[in-house]
Structures are given as C-alpha cells and as structure tokens.
Design a protein around this ligand. Structure first.
Ligand SMILES: *[C@@H]1O[C@H](CO)[C@@H](O)[C@H](O)[C@H]1NC(C)=O
Length: 322
C-alpha cells in the first residue's frame, strides 16, 4: 500500500515555499504541488500489471517483453543486468539504449529494461512512497528467475537511476529477507535525495549498503536532487558529487529550466555509460572533497568508477572530471 505520510508532505510544502523564493518554477520540476493535491485512493495499489520487463540479449537485439511465466528467452549462463529508470523516467528509452549498446560491445549479457512509468509518472512524493511496491514486483520477478531459470542471486546486477536506485535497494532488501542471501550488485546512479536523505527515511525505506554484496554509488547532484552521504559499499564523488558538474550550469538557465536543473543529476548516468568499456575514471579514497582538493589524500588507495570497479576496495572515492 502506498500511503503518503502527512509529515513528509508538510516538509515538502516548506521546501516548496522556501524554493519558491528562486526564480524558477519548482512546481513543474518536482510535481510537489501535485503531491499535495493527489487523491490517495487513486494510487493505493501497484500491481504486476503496472510494470513491464523487456529483455535484450545478443540473440534478441530488439527488446522482447517477458514476464514471470515466460522466461524462456533468458539465457541462464549469462549475467543479468536490470535497468531501472527514475521518477518521470520517460527519457529512459535513450538511456536504456545507450547502456545496452555499451554492454553489447563488452560481452554477453541478459539486459532487462524495467518499465515502471505507470508509477513513475505520479507526483514525486507519491512515486517515492510507492517505490516499495514497485520493488515487490521486481523482487518477485528476480525470485522467479532464480527459481525457474536457476540463475544464482550473485548474477543479478541492478542498475537504478535516481528514484530507481532506491527501488533497486528495496528489491535487494526484500530478496535478502526472503532467502537470506544478497543479490550480486546494485549500482545507484545519483540516488534520489528528497524524502530519502532529507528528511531522512528509515533504512528499511531506502537504499543501503546491505542491499547487495556490492552497492556502488555515483553521486553527481548531492544535496539537491541526489543524496550526498555515502549509501553504498563504494561511493564515488566525481567533482565532489555536487553541482555544478562538467558542462552544467550552477544556476538553471532560464530558457531551459528543466534540463539545466537536472543536468548534473544525469551526469551519473552519462559517466556510468562511459565507464562500461573503459577504466578511465579513477577515484582516490578520501574523507571529503575539500581534503581531496587540498591534496591530503594523495597516495591513498584508488578505485575505478562505474562498471569495472574493484569490489574489495570499499569506501568513498573522489575524482576530478573537468
Ligand atoms: C545516447 O548516446 C547518444 C550517442 O552517443 C548521445 O548523443 C545521447 O546524448 C545519449 N543519450 C543518453 C540519454 O544517454
């Protein structure tokens, strides 16, 4: 059941009021007002029919819809990458295509594109509360793959963008509760901050480092759209993990408010896509961006950001992209 907690809405209302002092229209950007106006009865239940799974393999380069009762096309000797878009998420098609294209260059995978837009189009506050129910559909799908196709849990790699990162975490948690085993990996691409980091949600309601064997996070808009604090076993902070990111304005450009507001947020996705077939982004372990910039962390252990990371090297890693 997705019920929006009134206290959270109250905080949102305050955030909305504060942010309205700026010159851009947050009403459009976050759907906050929509979150206040919605009729709970309309959105109470998320079920299997709201969420679609499309499979992409080297043998089936055009995604085919699959479901729990129709898993024949999944190739059980290959790792499974599961892509989860974020809130609104209608730009996901190109993102999914780009991630898939890079994986197809790299090797043989089952790539599953999750389409949960029926929930993701709801106002942000509603979609975020419903993420637990979306995760249930996904964990049930993975349990089926595990049972019917004998794909071990460590073969699953969930890649979640923004709100999708928390959906991935919640799905990982549900599997752990059920089987007492962790999935292999969750990659969180600028996991959503509002209603998860600020105000802080309980560990049972959001992505944590316990939700998979490896939980790697790329922070690019920490403290605004994304979360700033470490959430994974390995957290990467390109350019400090905060705005402005490379090629993004610090203040949204008036003629293009929406895109420029989210520019840094989507950098995590871009960096991840570029990381799939390279090892070019190397982060150095450090306590903070300031210490890193002052050169206090030279010689510390390092790690490769993105797909090709070294799982054993845990901690927070900083790197310069510009
Ligand atoms: C996808 O890749 C194309 C070509 O490299 C690029 O122009 C586009 O910006 C990318 N889009 C996304 C959403 O990653």
């Amino acid at each position: 059941m997705c019920l929006v907690v009134p206290a959270k809405l109250f905080v949102l209302l305050i955030v909305f009021e504060v942010c309205n002092g700026y010159n851009f229209n947050l009403e459009d950007i976050f759907g906050f007002v929509g979150g206040l106006k919605f009729n709970p009865a309309e959105y109470l239940k998320v079920n299997k029919r709201d969420i679609f799974f499309n499979l992409h393999t080297p043998n089936y380069p055009y995604p085919r819809e699959i479901d729990e009762d129709n898993l024949d096309l999944v190739e059980n000797d290959k790792p499974v990458k599961i892509l989860l878009h974020g809130w609104v998420g209608n730009e996901n098609v190109r993102t999914y295509q780009n991630i898939t294209r890079e994986y197809m260059k790299k090797g043989n995978y089952n790539i599953i594109h999750v389409d949960w837009r029926n929930v993701a189009v709801l106002p942000y506050a509603v979609a975020s509360v419903c993420s637990k129910d979306v995760a249930k559909v996904i964990s049930s799908f993975l349990l089926n793959l595990n049972e019917k196709k004998r794909i071990p849990m460590h073969q699953f790699h969930l890649i979640g963008i923004s709100l999708g990162a928390h959906v991935a975490g919640l799905a990982g948690k549900q599997i752990k509760e059920k089987l007492n085993t962790q999935i292999g990996r969750i990659t969180a691409l600028d996991p959503a901050g509002p209603l998860f980091e600020f105000p802080p949600a309980k560990e049972s309601e959001k992505l944590t480092k316990y939700d998979a064997k490896v939980v790697d996070v790329i922070h690019t808009d920490g403290g605004i759209v994304g979360a700033l604090k470490p959430l994974g076993t390995i957290d990467f902070y390109p350019d400090g993990g905060i705005r402005p990111q490379e090629g993004c304005p610090l203040i949204p450009v008036e003629k293009d408010v929406g895109d420029s507001f989210f520019c840094g947020h989507y950098k995590a996705v871009e960096y991840f896509i570029r990381s799939i077939n390279s090892k070019e982004f190397v982060g150095v372990q450090c306590k903070s961006w300031l210490k890193f910039k002052l050169g206090h962390c030279k010689g510390n252990k390092d790690n490769i950001m993105g797909e090709n990371l070294i799982p054993e090297r845990q901690g927070s890693f900083y790197l310069v992209m510009k």
